[in-house]
Design a protein. Structure first.
Length: 512
């Protein structure tokens, strides 16, 4: 790979990451404020019902990310080979696959969801009608999301993050507007909220579709049929769906377990914790959205060494991005929740901390997931990896059955996810030759060193500072950022430190 090409790829990743981070910062701020308004408008009980029932349908949203990853993989390979005819076939066949899956999921939720509402979930009898409205509205929103995923895949495959970012911002502000509407109505707020969210989904799914139809030639709707390609696409998507189904079972299964053992109030705590985590986790997720196309394209062009280097580096950078934000928040989570919410459900702070720990572990899987997507050999990965991860649900049930605290289900998730990472790396190693020891040395060791050193120093500093003070909150954030950046800089490679210094000098030159 020439230096010019490498510079161009890095510049593209940086530009797309910038768009995604602007989107993330706006969406994070708006979403966190929206959560406060919704909790106030609906009340803790209805908010808990919304999260456990809506989460049942929303959990199938993981399927949409699976579908998106599948389509991106095929689109990136076609783009890498400059095959316009193949691009058009992939897109139109993807829509056919997505439509079929959307119909199947709609039927499954309609049947299984109503059985769960009537037979298992703990919901007050006078709120069953509202709960059914939530289920149906989420079900329809899910179908729209499935179809819209095809167009998101096109935007990401073309690395057009600008439109992707703006639609995300629009979605956040629409939900904020809906939250304010809920505050000032006298009708059943939970039912109205569910309907308005469904309409917002319709709008935000339509915009990328219209844009892609106008800009990208492969998005022109036409009937195409390629049995071999359809079989490959459907098979690849099918294995993706199996993996996502296991992820969904663990995620939503935890919500159901918490509801059965502790009731909807604890679901409200999990809902708040999930909102916080989703906002913070986007710091790493958006980075991988920008990196993923490069991983796939490098594999398609047989640039394996460059791909392996990107896998190692993105593991570290993704963790650092998430750690820098998570650490000060975990240190001051009780104070942050108290100034953010008018009423904090029990267990919320503990849930936030453990979900963040889980995602700090989980962020290490993202590069390897992209690698196995690029290789396209999902069968072994899905069977073994998903089998390991599936253990989290029964272990969580055993913990709660024996009277352990609600946080025990998240602790079980963390342990299982560590095992899952080890299994995943060994599976990828079967298809892409790299040194596992080198990965430990270049990625895992620096990550652990940063986490341990910064935790020890910042925990001590935080313990001696006043807790209930906004000024001290800002001070802790500033101190932890400074310590994190300092430790990361010292543990970086010589080339990375030189690059950082060069970028600082360039920035100083521009602002003079």
């Amino acid at each position: 790979m020439s230096a010019q090409t490498t510079h161009s790829n890095n510049k593209r990743i940086a530009k797309n990451t910038a768009f995604l981070y602007i989107r993330m910062l706006v969406v994070m701020a708006v979403t966190l404020y929206t959560s406060r308004i919704i909790l106030e408008g609906l009340g803790i009980e209805d908010y808990g019902i919304y999260n456990v029932v809506g989460g049942l349908a929303a959990s199938f949203m993981f399927f949409s990310s699976s579908l998106s990853n599948s389509t991106q993989r095929f689109l990136n390979i076609a783009l890498g080979s400059h095959n316009d005819s193949l691009l058009k076939k992939i897109f139109n066949l993807s829509l056919l696959v997505y439509g079929s899956i959307a119909l199947l999921v709609f039927i499954l939720i309609a049947i299984f969801g109503h059985w769960l509402l009537d037979a298992k979930l703990v919901i007050p009898p006078d709120r069953m009608t509202a709960a059914n409205w939530v289920l149906w509205c989420f079900n329809l929103s899910l179908c729209l999301t499935f179809i819209g995923t095809a167009y998101d895949s096109v935007l990401i495959a073309h690395e057009n993050m600008k439109i992707f970012a703006w639609v995300g911002v629009l979605d956040a502000f629409l939900k904020l507007g809906i939250a304010f509407v809920i505050l000032f109505v006298d009708n059943d707020k939970l039912i109205l909220y569910s309907i308005l969210i469904m309409l917002a989904t319709l709008l935000t799914r339509a915009i990328p579709a219209i844009y892609c139809h106008k800009i990208y030639e492969e998005c022109k709707l036409t009937w195409v049929w390629d049995k071999s390609l359809f079989k490959s696409l459907f098979g690849f998507t099918g294995w993706n769906l199996v993996g996502c189904f296991v992820y969904m079972l663990n995620n939503q299964g935890i919500s159901i377990l918490l509801n059965i053992f502790f009731g909807p109030v604890v679901n409200a705590a999990k809902g708040i914790a999930t909102q916080v985590d989703s906002a913070v986790n986007n710091f790493a997720t958006n980075f991988f959205v920008a990196v993923r196309p490069q991983i796939v394209k490098q594999y398609a062009q047989d640039k394996i060494q460059e791909m392996v280097s990107l896998l190692f580096n993105s593991s570290r950078y993704g963790f650092y991005l998430l750690w820098i934000i998570s650490l000060p928040l975990m240190l001051r989570i009780d104070y942050v929740l108290n100034i953010w919410l008018t009423e904090v459900p029990e267990y919320t702070s503990q849930f936030v901390i453990w979900i963040m720990i889980y995602n700090l572990i989980n962020v290490l899987t993202s590069p390897w997931w992209s690698a196995i997507q690029a290789v396209g050999r999902l069968r072994l990965y899905t069977i073994i990896g998903s089998g390991v991860f599936l253990l989290a649900f029964p272990i969580g049930w055993i913990c709660l059955y024996h009277g352990l605290l609600p946080t025990s289900v998240f602790q079980a998730l963390c342990i299982v996810r560590i095992i899952y990472i080890i299994v995943t790396i060994n599976i990828v190693h079967k298809y892409i030759r790299f040194s596992r020891w080198q990965y430990v040395r270049d990625a895992i060791f620096p990550i652990c060193s940063v986490a341990v050193l910064t935790t020890i120093v910042t925990y001590y500093i935080n313990s001696v500072l006043p807790q209930e003070s906004f000024v001290m909150l800002i001070a802790v954030v500033g101190i932890t950022l400074g310590i994190n950046f300092g430790v990361i800089f010292l543990l970086s490679t010589k080339a990375e430190r030189q690059l950082f210094i060069q970028q600082v000098h360039k920035f100083k030159t521009k602002i003079k």
